[in-house]
Design a protein around this ligand. Sequence first.
Ligand SMILES: [Zn+2]
Length: 172
Amino acid sequence: MNYTNDKNAEGRMSDKYLLKKKEQKLSSLSNCIDKLKVEWLKNKSIAALWNDWPRIAGNKLASNCIPLNFQGGILTIGSNHPQWIQALIFNRNQLLAALRAEGHEIKDLRIQQYYPQKIEPKDNETFIWEKHPSRVDIYGKKKCPICNAPSPIGEISLWGKCGLCRRNDLTQ
Ligand SMILES: [Zn+2]
């Protein structure tokens, strides 16, 4: 038995071991890249859809209906107006065919109501005006118990007097 030879054998063993480790590392890296690729392709497909959508749907439809989601081959298109939802339903098969012809792997097309704009606040000017006690046309008139002037009922039921009397009270 030669001590030096043994050591060489050991050295070769550890070289092999390191090489195997290196391969494992590389394969896990390529797994990672594969995952990234899938992720990237998923993002790319919705990005590509967004890109092609105005051309496929036409400007009018595209500016009122947008692709919201594309998952598992199912494309969801949202629109905020019943008229455009009707248009989407009416053109559904044509859109599917056009999207497929462009190379998008779409199994099904779903249409849903979508609210892209913020919901109108209730306390807008019209709403406040509708509730305003000075609106004679909806509240009618009544004599003010202080000055006897015909005044909006809303004002009298709210303040127990007309708006003028109330203003006098407030400025006194
Ligand atoms: Zn009054």
